[in-house]
Ligand binder design. Structure first.
Ligand code: BYC
Ligand code: FE
Ligand code: FE
Length: 473
């Protein structure tokens, strides 16, 4: 059962009174942030059927119960240690992993941890108004499950800041609660986390593509020489899988419903709209937007920061052990680049291309998901397919930002971009339409909004008409 400690943990918090006091001091501020910036309208009178991590073994994080959101037990969990773990890449390859932060890498590590930590509460802020537009109680519960786990991910990073970075770390932990998604004066650090997540199509695309950046970044941090960072991110990845499940199956269900409506109405987008569905072009535009924003999250193609993170053993490649060469001193990345808008190729030292290496891995992982979506279209006998836009399309970070490309990756002029961007990216009309079909939330157990099919099965073997979120009398 849930441990009686105020902050559930497997890091022997009660054995370190100073740390425990510091975290217990931060906890009320966190809760204040959660009340102000967490799910709107669902703080006081609702109980949610949630999974709470109470330990790291498979049984331990499959503990389900009804909780009021502010009473959720956000805990601190590290994956089990690997004995005699050695550094797996970079200039210190083979040396023992660090249990403490080396002075010379303190700033870089703090910065990585703060950047990671900043995204977690940001996503909760972005999603805070979705409850009032939900397509079902099943989906509402999944939204809140994602939200509380992102809150826990913030705890994971704050634990590291408090444990290993002294006064600076405590200051950063406070700052993490002061920046706000989309705020003009104090925005979140990375761009995608300042974009509004207005509706459930955005939400599913966000959890599919932006949470998947969480996966690729956490995979690369789980290779880190800093062992507590490696272990905490390893455990976070088990939760990340659920977030991507929510996104992928959410879109699958929308596609399924769209296909049904296309069959019933004669097969045109206008017909799908007439009956309140979401047409394929609109789905593709939202895919284009969240995929390209999430590509940006991997940083610049050519980055001395990335080279230095790799050399110092701070941040590796996803599945570092699947590579043969772990020092990567001579390898070259043959990169597509852009000279004043003209495409060319450039040989880049591989270490400086590490952001691109991780981005390539990410694109491959996304591709798998899109192929699974296309199976639905195939099953219904449609020849239309969803696709990932080219890496150069609509970029705000890196060598292609400032130039325009169509989704196939062909350069286009600024005029053509202006004229056609409404075909490629969500438009104001899309937003209005989605708002109109989501205006009435569906809170009746077992009922689903018209634009989305029911899921295959319920949560934790509960039936589909289970009351996943219940209102207190
Ligand atoms: N927006 O060498 P560069 C997740 C800055 S998602 C704004 O290109 P570098 C989650 C950069 O900071 C995973 N600024 O990049 C998902 C630098 O600034 P300075 C989050 C950006 O340093 C869903 C400058 O541009 N985790 O967990 O290699 C829900 C040039 O830097 C952006 C991490 O990101 C951007 N997109 O940084 C909840 C892992 N990109 O030095 C959660 C930690 C770059 O000029 N972070 N800049 O001031 C990192 O590993 C790295 O900082 C980056 C790339 C991957 C972000
Ligand atoms: Fe997260
Ligand atoms: Fe996530």
């Amino acid at each position: 059962m849930i441990s009686s400690e105020r902050i559930p943990n497997n890091v022997d918090l009660s054995g370190d009174k100073r740390l425990q006091r510091a975290l217990e001091h931060w906890q009320p501020r966190y809760l204040e942030w959660w009340r102000d910036m967490g799910p709107e309208g669902f703080q006081d009178h609702h109980q949610v059927y949630l999974r709470t991590a109470i330990s790291v073994d498979p049984d331990g994080w499959a503990h389900f119960e009804f909780v009021k959101l502010p009473d959720y037990r956000w805990g601190i969990f590290l994956a089990e240690p690997v004995s005699d773990r050695a550094i797996g890449f970079g200039d210190s390859l083979g040396k023992p992993a660090w249990q403490e932060v080396p002075g010379e890498f303190r700033n870089q590590l703090r910065r990585l941890i703060v950047t990671q930590g900043d995204t977690e509460p940001a996503s909760v802020e972005q999603q805070r108004q979705l409850g009032a537009k939900c397509p079902s109680l099943y989906d509402l519960r999944n939204l809140f499950q994602v939200n509380v786990e992102e809150g826990r991910h913030l705890w994971a990073m704050v634990y590291l800041l408090h444990s290993y970075f002294g006064r600076d770390g405590r200051d950063e932990a406070e700052e993490l609660l002061m920046r706000t998604s989309g705020n003009r004066d104090k925005p979140r650090i990375l761009e995608a986390f300042n974009e509004p997540v207005d509706n459930w199509l955005d939400f599913f695309m966000f959890t599919m593509f932006t949470d998947r950046d969480g996966k690729s970044q956490l995979m690369s941090l789980s290779e880190s020489a800093l062992d507590p960072l490696a272990r905490t991110t390893r455990f976070m990845l088990t939760e990340e899988a659920h977030h991507m499940f929510v996104g992928e199956t959410g879109i699958t269900r929308i596609l399924e419903r769209t296909c049904q409506l296309l069959k019933e109405t004669g097969g045109l987008s206008e017909d799908v709209h007439r009956v309140g569905g979401i047409d394929l072009e609109m789905i593709q535009r939202h895919l284009n937007f969240w995929f390209s924003r999430s590509l940006d999250l991997h940083g610049s193609e050519i980055s001395s920061n990335a080279a230095s993170y790799f050399a110092n053993g701070l941040k590796g490649r996803a599945r570092e052990d699947s590579f043969d060469d772990h020092t990567v001193t001579d390898a070259i990345y043959d990169m597509e680049t852009c000279d004043d808008g003209r495409l060319s190729r450039q040989e880049v030292p591989m270490r400086n291309a590490m952001n691109e290496v991780l981005r390539d891995w990410y694109v491959g992982d996304c591709q798998g998901g899109v192929q699974r979506w296309n199976k639905i279209l195939e099953q219904y006998g449609f020849s239309d397919r969803l696709y990932l836009p080219d890496k150069k399309f609509s970029r705000g970070i890196g060598i292609f930002s400032g130039f325009h490309f169509d989704p196939q990756g062909h350069p286009v002029s600024a005029e053509e971009w202006e004229r056609r961007k409404g075909e490629w990216l969500p438009s104001a009309a899309d937003k209005d339409y989605l708002k109109s079909i989501m205006a009435e939330p569906v809170y009746e157990p077992g009922k689903f909004a018209n634009y989305i099919a029911p899921p295959r099965r319920g949560i934790n073997r509960q039936p589909l008409d289970f009351e996943y979120v219940r209102t207190e009398a």
